[in-house]
Ligand binder design. Structure first.
Ligand code: SF4
Length: 289
């Protein structure tokens, strides 16, 4: 396999074969994101991707899951994605699922029929970075879409039958918009009703626009306690029907996991324990939810 630069993938794709079909992110403009700043976006040649898949077969033999990188591989034309997915099926007959990152604009550019076709060709899950349900916050972080467009994109993926995994970023509104972030995100996630929801916590790297705002005193990072209050408010207000919830990324102050709505009260109880400083006694218990 040939890889260019640092390669990112969702935590749940830790055991997948990662195939770079694009390099970088076509948007590459979110003020909090440094993942692809060193890469100039481009689409890789189909010939190279096919060679990589054949090489991976020789190297790894059996592959049950494939993840198509980089940042928004769903930007590829449907016909090209279908050629890649057909090759994956031909080479790895045992492959059970192909995952892919998609921006809201990538999803909205595709028709429902195209998404359904991609599902037939093997796309099993789309990862969508929602970040926040607040229009003001989405604008301030230069996400490039509104909450309404985010909703349409999420609903379209669900309608196609492809599993939808979304992420929010705790603290992305700073101190001034923490409550707005919690409430508006709960509204948007309730409306999308995703299959999976991941909550990351804002981490800022030197050199990105939001970090500069912190240095200039324009953006105020939440304390761990404030993050927990924000998460509590979000969980109290979100209404989904059957959603796997994870907030156990390295960026998170406490590890929470469960299925919503079933485990909502235990998750809220875990946050209350953490706020009282008793979380360490309960952590193992909550990890088992
Ligand atoms: S769309 Fe995703 S990968 Fe691209 S800049 Fe924004 S957060 Fe980063």
């Amino acid at each position: 396999m040939r890889y260019e630069g640092v390669v990112y993938r969702p935590p749940s794709e830790a055991h997948s074969l990662i195939v770079q079909v694009t390099i970088g992110c076509s948007h590459n403009g979110c003020s909090f994101c440094e993942m692809y700043k060193e890469k100039k976006f481009r689409i890789r040649d189909l010939k190279d991707i096919i060679e990589d898949l054949e090489q991976a077969k020789l190297t790894y033999g059996i592959v049950k899951k494939v993840f198509l990188a980089d940042g928004d591989a769903l930007v590829l034309q449907t016909s090209k994605l279908k050629s890649i997915l057909s090759k994956i099926r031909e080479v790895f007959t045992e492959c059970e699922r192909v995952g892919i990152y998609g921006t809201p604009n990538d999803i909205l550019r595709k028709s429902l029929d195209e998404l359904s076709e991609l599902k037939e060709f093997g796309i099993g899950i789309v990862y969508l970075g929602v970040e926040s349900g607040s229009n003001e916050i989405l604008k301030s972080i230069n996400k490039g879409v509104t909450a309404g467009e985010m909703l349409m994109a999420g609903q379209k993926v669900k309608e196609s039958g492809i599993k939808l995994s979304v992420t929010l970023i705790s603290g992305i509104g700073g101190k001034l918009k923490a409550r707005e972030h919690a409430i508006e995100s709960a509204k948007l996630i309730s409306a999308i009703n995703p299959d999976y929801l991941g909550l990351l916590t804002l981490m800022l790297e030197n050199g990105i626009p939001l970090y500069e705002d912190v240095q200039k005193g324009k953006f105020h990072v939440l304390t761990p306690k404030e993050i927990m209050y924000e998460t509590k408010e979000f969980l109290q207000n979100v209404e989904v029907t059957d959603c796997v919830f994870r907030s156990n990324h390295a960026s998170n102050y406490i590890a929470l996991s469960g299925t919503l709505p079933r485990d909502k009260s235990q998750l809220l109880e875990a946050i209350d324990y953490a706020l009282k400083g008793e979380y360490r006694y309960k952590q193992e218990e909550y990890r088992r939810i």
